[in-house]
Design a protein around this ligand. Sequence first.
Ligand SMILES: Nc1ncnc2c1ncn2[C@@H]1O[C@H](COP(=O)(O)OP(=O)(O)OP(=O)(O)O)[C@@H](O)[C@H]1O
Ligand SMILES: O=c1ccn([C@@H]2O[C@H](COP(=O)(O)O)[C@@H](O)[C@H]2O)c(=O)[nH]1
Length: 275
Amino acid sequence: MLRLFAPSRGIITGHRVLRAVPAARAGGARFYSSQQQKSKHFYPLLLLGGLAIGVTYYNLNSTSKPPRASIDPTGPLFRDSDIDVIFVLGGPGSGKGTQCAKLVKNYDFVHLSAGDLLRAEQAKPNSEYGSLIAHYIKEGLIVPQEITINLLKNAIVEQYTKNKKTKFLIDGFPRKMDQAVSFEDLIVKSKLTLYFECPEEVMLHRLLERGKTSGRADDNLESIKKRFRTFLETSMPVVDYFDKQGRVVKVNCNQPVEEVYNKVVSAFAEKGVTK
Ligand SMILES: Nc1ncnc2c1ncn2[C@@H]1O[C@H](COP(=O)(O)OP(=O)(O)OP(=O)(O)O)[C@@H](O)[C@H]1O
Ligand SMILES: O=c1ccn([C@@H]2O[C@H](COP(=O)(O)O)[C@@H](O)[C@H]2O)c(=O)[nH]1
């Protein structure tokens, strides 16, 4: 078992992955000069030392090495160099999911939609959070961060350990300042936020159209109005927070899907995000 997270930091988390192998210690062993006879422990210790160096070298170079938390339980789960996370934000119906689906085809990204993860959790027959999630989604409110961050963390760790994936598009997250701060504190610092700008009336039209077939409990006029309000009051401050740090690229999404996509590709290229 590896870590997870200190209860005092308010996050319930899952499993650990691997533990770093401590370097073998030669505690108490004596080493003699070449003139003196070698201790009977010399060769076994030499072997152990070589093994420790080999294991350390393997851990440093293997892509399946454990996340950072196995080594330093006080920092984020991953080092900045382990994985790349790009947040994808924008109002409800701005086209985040549509663009992520296109990006996944051309880049080596894993697409994780926070909304999809919450809906999947809600659909589990034995989920202790099912009815809570359903309520928050219908009301357009933000589900308590512990639940969402834990779902994201589990999905990232699974893709990283099982499939050796290191590039993640996290769609529709973080939607609230506490999530933004906790995620970067506990999981990894994000590389970039892709933000889709879109007039509200365009998003409303798209969502009402989608609602004819989506089956989503929140694609109705009453829920949509609540989602817009939450977006302006609670989620926009997150975009502003990253923007002040120069970590946001903004794309106008009130254009045909293909044109929006081309703009995303150009914006990514300018920021050094390549295929
Ligand atoms: N550029 C576009 N032009 C026209 N329609 C679009 C465009 N992008 C997406 N759509 C349509 O708008 C609807 C909403 O798109 P999408 O599901 O990608 O938005 P979203 O931002 O992920 O929404 P949500 O936050 O509610 O999950 C979909 O029916 C999609 O087909
Ligand atoms: O971080 C998040 C992301 C989403 N939610 C809730 O889910 C719905 C639907 O999200 P979509 O991205 O539109 O699929 C959203 O309105 C929130 O209620 C959340 O709580 N936290």
